[in-house]
Ligand binder design. Structure first.
Ligand code: BEZ
Ligand code: FE
Length: 288
């Protein structure tokens, strides 16, 4: 006998339709998705017009995506989902450097650079040196660890956002740590910046009266054979918006003092002008 599709049996009807899914994980994920999605719809009771508006929003989010623009990641970011996924996935990484969001601007390969090189190809902004060491959680150094670094400029833009103002690869570098796990490079102090607001995610922020700003930071993806890859940032201590990041990505342990150094000998050692800012970081990876 045919059973009518009702508010009460709707979720079960759809979930039963997945019974033959050979991939068990896929069946689990779809089952949970349908349970939560149906509960959400029963809670909100959208009108047909509201449902059409929701579909329109998701369509526009997809249409905004290009090779260098990822509006879906941005949506996940402003809803706190990216940070939730990060936080779930770093469970058990005791003693390791904390992770944070990837963000939508890791869209091109970073140019390979030598230790000590600059990632600033423009020459504007406050000179800065970043030095550090990659270690395992027990403090053993990790020679040959690879650090993919990217950052916004002193006006708060990534190279891919302003191709007329910045050459490709500006603010980006792929470095290999030395045989003691040490790394160092030159750059400029990044600015805080607004996440892109010219798409549907910007509309969502506007409608909810939320500001779009992220505190100043430098991104890292750090990898070493036998260790869990780490996606993280260092945040510039004292930056505007450090307490209200639009994507909820600040963790206290990642806030770094970009110390002002007024010492010509130290400046000459790194090949920068004095005064400059110095961020010293230790990055600890969890074994795989
Ligand atoms: C970023 O830090 O590049 C970023 C992260 C989330 C949303 C927008 C930008
Ligand atoms: Fe960023």
């Amino acid at each position: 006998m045919t059973t009518d599709f009702t508010e009460e049996n709707a979720a079960d009807a759809v979930i039963d339709s997945f019974a033959g899914t050979p991939d068990e994980r896929l069946r689990t994920v779809l089952t949970s998705l349908v349970r939560h999605l149906h509960a959400f719809v029963r809670d909100v009771e959208p009108s047909i017009a509201e449902w059409e508006q929701a579909i329109g929003f998701l369509t526009a989010t997809g249409q905004k995506c290009t090779d260098v623009r990822q509006e879906f990641i941005l949506l996940s970011d402003v809803l706190g989902v990216s940070m939730l996924v990060e936080t779930i996935n770093e469970r058990g990484a005791v003693g390791a450097t904390q992770s944070t969001v990837l963000g939508p601007f890791h869209v091109v390969e970073s140019p390979v650079r030598a230790l000590g090189d600059t990632i600033d190809l423009v020459g504007e902004g406050e000179p800065c040196v970043v030095t550090g060491r990659v270690v395992s959680v027990d403090g053993t150094s990790l020679p040959g660890a690879v650090l993919d670094v990217w950052q916004a400029d002193d006006k708060g833009f990534y190279d891919v956002q302003v191709p007329d103002a910045q050459p490709p690869g500006n603010g980006r570098g792929l470095f290999t740590a030395d045989d003691e796990g040490r790394f160092w490079f030159r750059t400029i102090v990044p600015s805080y910046y607004p996440i892109p607001t010219d798409g549907p995610v910007g509309g969502l922020l506007l409608a909810t009266r939320r500001h779009p700003y992220r505190p100043a930071h430098i991104h890292f993806i750090v990898t070493a054979a036998g260790y869990r890859p780490l996606t993280t940032h260092i945040f510039v201590a004292g930056s505007d918006y450090i307490d209200s990041d639009a994507v909820f990505a600040v963790k206290k342990t990642l806030i770094t003092n970009f110390e002002r150094v007024d010492d010509a000998t130290e400046a000459a050692r790194y090949g920068v002008t004095s005064p400059f800012r110095h961020a010293a970081v230790e990055i600890a990876l969890q074994s795989a």
